[in-house]
Design a binder for this molecule. Structure first.
Ligand code: AMP
Length: 279
């Protein structure tokens, strides 16, 4: 496994593979790797000849009072795990490689970025599309894999690729959960053992709400009840039942539903979702 710290090293690896007619799958991450990230690398391996994983904590997607400065850095363990997954190259650029002096991105996230996470993290998805587009420029993958865990991000990236006609296939990876149901997240490291136990309620509430949606019972009281349950332990940012493709209210034409939530447990922000057919 090659560890490329600058654009040139990566470009050399990529052009050698291209000369050999190999296809390339790309998995962007911010490090602090867990089994969720690793599942994306397995999916990547199944979908291309070579797999590149990036580890870059992108400053432009963090707000002022967020955890950019404290974001977990576990690079040594990350590299051991990626090697065990037979990843071909890991790209660990510093900020200057991704955003060289004078670099200005005018990219803005599309309409699917509105609402949900954007309400509390204005500009977050602009930062996400800027870094992903920049990494796409450097790596030029055939396929890129994003987790369903960050569902709005996945849709925003798909929208960018569609609108810019980028020749990159975007695949989605299922959410990997702890046995308790808690969605794996780098930020789970911030939780105490007791908080990790409390955090299992998020998936329980999402699952119960899904049953209500499928049974066609009235939605508004069910959402209100779920919020009341969650608010016993969490500060709720949003809990929404939406059309999974448009992130708008459900209509008769809705084929797939997404139940999405973001909550704070103490100072830790956690997101989760379930996506399912309307039935
Ligand atoms: P991050 O390092 O948090 O930026 O995440 C990198 C990628 O891993 C994103 O596409 C995430 O959606 C994905 N990811 C994060 N957590 C999980 C999980 N529990 N299961 C599957 N994919 C995940």
């Amino acid at each position: 496994m090659q560890v490329c710290v600058n654009n040139q090293q990566l470009a050399e690896a990529v052009s050698m593979w291209r000369a050999q007619g190999k296809t390339i799958a790309f998995v962007p991450t911010m490090g602090g790797l867990h089994a969720g990230h690793l599942s994306l690398t397995h999916q990547a391996k199944k979908n291309a000849d070579k797999v590149v994983v990036s580890i870059f904590v992108n400053p432009t997607q963090f707000g002022e009072n967020e955890d950019f400065d404290n974001y977990p850095n576990t690079l040594e363990q990350d590299l051991i795990q990626l090697k065990a997954c037979q990843v071909d190259a890991v790209f660990t650029p510093d900020k200057g490689q991704v955003y060289p002096d004078g670099f200005e991105s005018h990219l803005k996230a599309g309409s699917l970025s509105q609402g949900l996470c954007s309400d509390s993290r204005p500009g977050h998805f602009d930062g996400v599309v800027q870094v992903v587009h920049r990494l796409f420029e450097i790596i030029k993958p055939d396929v890129a894999i994003f987790g369903q865990k960050d569902y709005q991000q996945l849709l925003v990236i798909r929208q960018m690729v569609r609108e810019m006609s980028l020749p990159i296939e975007i695949l989605s990876g299922d959410i990997v959960r702890e046995d308790s149901g808690l969605a794996m997240s780098t930020r789970n490291q911030y939780l105490s053992t007791e908080e990790q136990e409390i955090a299992t309620k998020i998936y329980q509430v999402l699952t119960q709400l899904k049953q209500v949606v499928l049974s066609s019972e009235a939605l508004a009281p069910a959402i209100a009840h779920s919020k009341a349950v969650l608010s016993q332990d969490f500060k709720i940012e949003y809990l929404s039942v939406l059309d999974a493709n448009t992130l708008k209210s459900i209509t008769d034409n809705t084929a797939q539903i997404a139940i999405l939530c973001a909550v704070f447990l103490g100072s830790t922000r956690l997101i989760d979702n379930i996506v399912f057919d309307k039935g």
